[in-house]
Design a protein around this ligand. Structure first.
Ligand code: ARG
Length: 466
């Protein structure tokens, strides 16, 4: 007889686990969210057992009915979880065993090692789709702001020094590109997750005549043509955590992207820049300073990005020293994965919420972008068009900029006679370079911020996100 609290493995034990060991080793507090995947896995596994004749059709039906009932109870929050049963797998199996005698055969040719690998792969396939939808939502919010205020010009920066003028739409569309790559990354993770672990057993498969392809098909682990995809090495199957790392990597990279966006918004919303007004609904005030409106959502986005990187580091560090195959350390793989999922989902919704309701502050943007130094490079291009080698042109314009600085005259207000002393190729029309509209309109190449190009970019995104 198994001793109390010794769940399924108590046969060779004379004492049950210490209370401390129970609370130390339980995972059901966090892996219970795998319940629906675990049930799907058990249904597919029992269907396979019946298919190969290891259980009867009647037993399979009883198991399925029992699992469905448990699934409903869990969904309704009525299922009683027991930490003494360690994890989601044993909780469900024990509950089933109490209701359905045939459940004693459910774990035939299966280990929790291939079971948990399966649950997690099902989770990843689902989670990647959820995050993809949120990424798309964030993209729509970027596009909406780009369509609303996109034609506003602001300085673009390198080294956080004013560099060249760009349309806000062009700046925002940079993040559309990043999020699009993120979406591709998650779709890649989902593809890598699409191999069925069931049948790998604890590490060395089973002597029983199972049909792994049947199980894989039943769980949707199939290629584009519906052919089953099963993992090819049983030891790798239960030891492998690559997809965990890939998923956390994809989340960390989304985090890096929304953190950079957040940083742009924080700078833009400061009194020093005044380029944007963030919505009150995503800002907070100060308990002391009545005038403050703080960009907290953006700051938290930056902070969460650090957390996402931490989760990735946890997973990499956890896996790197483990001998094959399964080690209990691997139970610690789930909290960082779930946290990365939850935080990424929430952050992307916050990105969308913060952008929706943000408005560019047109006057201060116009003031900033009127800085003629932003077009110093255009002046060098002008010289190139007048036959001056670029390296020389760069020097010449540098001297013109220096002259403006030392004489305290804006670049575009210098006398033509004075600049001609620096280089004769600066003809009377040199001043036309500082026409912002003209400067923008000349950036006609693919990926450049000319008005037509930006319009085309936005049209492409509108179509893509429709
Ligand atoms: N809760 C365990 C985990 O998440 C399931 C696998 C347990 N396997 C074992 N041999 N104890 O890793």
């Amino acid at each position: 007889m198994a001793k109390q609290n010794q769940a399924t493995w108590g046969g060779r034990f004379s004492a049950g686990p210490a209370e401390l060991m129970l609370s130390f080793s339980e995972s059901v507090s966090f892996d219970r969210r795998l319940a629906q995947f675990d049930i799907a896995g058990s249904k597919a596994h029992s269907a396979m057992l019946a298919h190969v004749g290891l259980i009867t059709a009647k037993e399979r039906n009883a198991i399925h009915r029992g699992l469905d009932a448990i699934g409903k109870e869990i969904a309704a929050g009525k299922f009683e979880w027991n930490t003494a049963l360690e994890d989601v797998h044993m909780n469900i199996e024990q509950a089933l065993t109490q209701r359905v005698p045939a459940a004693a055969k459910l774990h035939t040719a299966r280990s929790r090692n291939d079971q948990v690998a399966t649950d997690m792969r099902l989770f990843f396939k689902w989670a990647c789709g959820e995050i993809d939808a949120r990424l798309e939502e964030a993209q729509r919010a970027l596009l909406a702001l780009a369509e609303l205020d996109g034609e506003v010009m602001i300085p673009g920066y390198t080294h956080l020094q004013r560099a060249q003028p760009v349309q806000v739409a062009h700046h925002l569309a940079a993040y559309l590109e990043m999020f699009e790559r993120d979406r591709a990354r998650f779709s890649g993770v989902a593809k890598h997750a699409n191999w069925c672990p069931l049948g790998a057993g604890a590490l060395a498969g089973t002597t029983l005549p199972i049909d792994r392809e049947f199980t894989a098909k039943a769980l949707g682990f199939v290629d584009e043509r519906g052919r089953p995809r099963v993992t090819q090495n049983s030891m790798d199957t239960v030891a492998d955590r690559d997809v965990f790392v890939e998923f956390a990597t994809a989340c960390a990279l989304v985090g890096t992207h929304f953190s950079r966006l957040a940083e742009d918004l924080i700078l833009w919303s400061s009194s020093e820049f005044k380029y944007i007004d963030l919505p009150d609904t995503f800002c907070t005030g100060s308990s002391l300073m009545p005038q403050k409106k703080n960009p907290d959502s953006c700051e938290l986005l930056r902070g969460k990005a650090a957390r996402l990187q931490g989760n990735l580091t946890t997973l990499l560090t956890m896996a790197k020293g483990l001998p094959l195959t399964y080690n209990r350390d691997l139970q610690e793989d789930k909290p960082p994965v779930f946290d990365s999922f939850d935080q990424t989902m929430m952050c992307l919704a916050v990105v969308a919420g913060t952008l929706t309701g943000a408005r560019m502050r047109r006057e201060s943007c116009a003031r900033a972008v009127a800085d003629p130094a932003l077009l110093a490079t255009d002046l060098a291009d002008y010289l190139v068009e007048n036959g001056v080698p670029f390296r020389e042109a760069h020097h010449v314009v540098g001297a013109v900029v220096k002259l403006a600085e030392t004489s305290g005259v804006p670049l575009d207000k210098l006398a033509t006679a004075d600049v001609q002393k620096i280089h004769p190729a600066l003809k009377a029309d040199w001043i036309d370079v500082f026409d912002l509209k003209r400067a923008a309109a000349r950036r006609i190449g693919t990926g450049m911020p000319g008005p037509k190009q930006v319009k085309r970019q936005l049209a492409r995104w509108r179509k893509h996100l429709a």
